[in-house]
Design a binder for this molecule. Structure first.
Ligand code: SF4
Length: 290
């Protein structure tokens, strides 16, 4: 059983395996399902992620709360016109992240990874990279298994809930999970994967949870788009051999302490931050009186 990043590195090195293999072996042990059965379930997860990440790409409709909508199609139009500032791969990932966020805010079926609010980040990262690098479904599933190991460590030692730790715990964890997945999908080592996860979490350390009107729409959807970019640049750094100065486990502990110290206005209560701005309050009142 692994309970920390340190455990992951030690066991992977001892057994000369990747993180995805470690996660799969533990899942077999815990669930008593066969490898084939677990991989079948993971393929179903991938299918749900793919659908949610594509369902709103061509849509300009609004969500149930009516705060967001149409972000994917706007980005796609800009990319199709050859005007992308960030390059196609980043743009494609952001488009997918927006689509899943909108799918979630429209009560569509998503895979909470690790939560509904941050559900756009992992699918956007894993599916975009699999498509751009011509990786098979199996490779994408391995990426999801890698991400699950990172999510497990964060859940055990801190939290992935915005109500407990702020958005750093949701979108930060999702980006950490996604970046580790990308590292392994692109041939990086377990050490590199944990460096990427640590950097992703550090990049948004302290980010509060402040959804307007308490709805998972704004600023959530844009944090999913920026979250997948965070994952990609963190993976890029790690694959280039750039290490996190502070090890992953210490970053997770720091994230927990920051979350514990956060005022409750910043933990999904929709009182502080963006939710508490005049515009945020006006939108909330409009929704209430509608
Ligand atoms: S702001 Fe809060 S509700 Fe929205 S994605 Fe972040 S943690 Fe989730």
């Amino acid at each position: 059983m692994y309970r920390s990043g340190k455990d992951i590195i030690r066991i992977c090195n001892e057994r000369n395996i990747s993180i995805w293999r470690l996660a799969l072996d533990e899942e077999i042990e815990l669930t008593h399902l066969s490898e084939k059965e677990i991989l079948k379930k993971m393929n179903e997860v991938l299918k749900v992620m793919k659908k949610s990440s594509e369902s709103f790409i061509e849509s300009d409709s609004k969500t149930l709360g009516g705060i967001i909508g149409g972000e994917s199609i706007k980005l796609k139009k800009r990319m199709d016109n050859g005007k992308s500032l960030c390059g196609d791969i980043i743009n494609k990932a952001m488009i997918k992240a927006f689509s899943t966020s909108q799918h979630n805010a429209s009560m569509g079926k998503i895979c909470a990874a690790p939560t509904a609010g941050s559900s756009g980040i992992i699918p956007a990262a894993v599916i975009t990279v699999a498509e751009e690098y011509n990786l098979s479904k199996n490779e994408a599933v391995k990426g999801l298994l890698t991400s699950s190991a990172i999510g497990k460590i964060i859940t055990l030692n801190a939290t992935v809930a915005g109500a407990e730790g702020g958005c750093q715990a949701e979108c930060g964890s999702a980006a950490a999970m996604a970046s580790a997945a990308l590292v392994e999908m692109l041939g990086g080592s377990p050490e590199m994967a944990l460096n990427a996860a640590a950097v992703s979490l550090k990049n948004i350390m302290g980010l509060i949870c402040d959804p307007i009107a308490g709805l998972v729409e704004a600023p959530c959807s844009k944090r999913n788009a920026s979250g997948v970019v965070n994952a990609m640049i963190s993976a890029e750094m790690a694959l280039a051999g750039i290490e996190s100065v502070v090890p992953f486990d210490e970053v997770v502990e720091a994230m927990k302490r920051v979350g514990d110290d956060m005022n409750s206005d910043f933990k999904e209560t929709a009182r502080g931050g963006i939710a508490g701005t005049p515009t945020g309050i006006r939108i909330k009142e409009n929704i209430k009186n509608h």
